[in-house]
Design a protein around this ligand. Sequence first.
Ligand code: SF4
Ligand code: SF4
Ligand code: SF4
Length: 237
Amino acid sequence: MSKAFFIDTSKCTACRGCQVACKEWHNNPATETKQVGTHQNPQDLNYHTYKLVRFSEKEVDNKLHWLFFADQCRHCVVPPCKEVADMDVEGAILLDEETGCVLFTEKTAELSDPEGPIYACPYNIPRKDPDSNRLAKCDMCLDRVQNGLKPACVQSCPTGTMNFGDYDEMKELAEKRLAEIKKTRPAAVIGDPDFHRCFVLFETDPALYHDYAVASADVPGPLGRRTMLANVSRPFK
Ligand code: SF4
Ligand code: SF4
Ligand code: SF4
């Protein structure tokens, strides 16, 4: 049975425990930042930051809301990043059959066009090391998962926002929670539930959380939402 995340943003307090745990587990260095008037820190994902808690201040129903979203790779069912990389360097991006994890390898440094997988990602996730040209992103903590442990971000989350387990179990959990939340938040949705292995519950319009919270319907060509939907009709569990 393949794996999935359930990210319940309605429970997130933006403590950033997940962000720090991700860095610690991967031995990734801190990113030097400066205050620019937001608590989001660093300002974006980067080669050494696979998990980023996004802060968005938006007016919803005439009230100012602080919306938190722990962003990461969604581990797409038919990953556009891999489809592009496969045309260039075989094995640069792998798909682990057992878990469904999309894994970037050191061979991404050999891609003739490292921007290809970056451009292909509907969620704007991969980042490039300017020195080596290698690409990096969330690896589902595959080393932990293969040894029966939860991903570091899930293990560290104190509120129940981050969940991880068998695909069907996470799907059921997400649908149950959505039904509960909808009683008070009718606009709540699970973002792109058929595209990937990351059920993200948004309490309101996902676009208010982040420009790339859900795949854009208007991306032209082979990487658009329509093509992704057609692709996910392939069996994947
Ligand atoms: Fe939110 Fe949990 Fe991450 Fe804290 S650890 S920022 S509550 S997802
Ligand atoms: Fe690839 Fe982006 Fe999908 Fe992650 S979210 S698997 S980087 S296309
Ligand atoms: Fe980071 Fe692992 Fe969580 Fe991915 S699954 S965001 S690599 S801690």
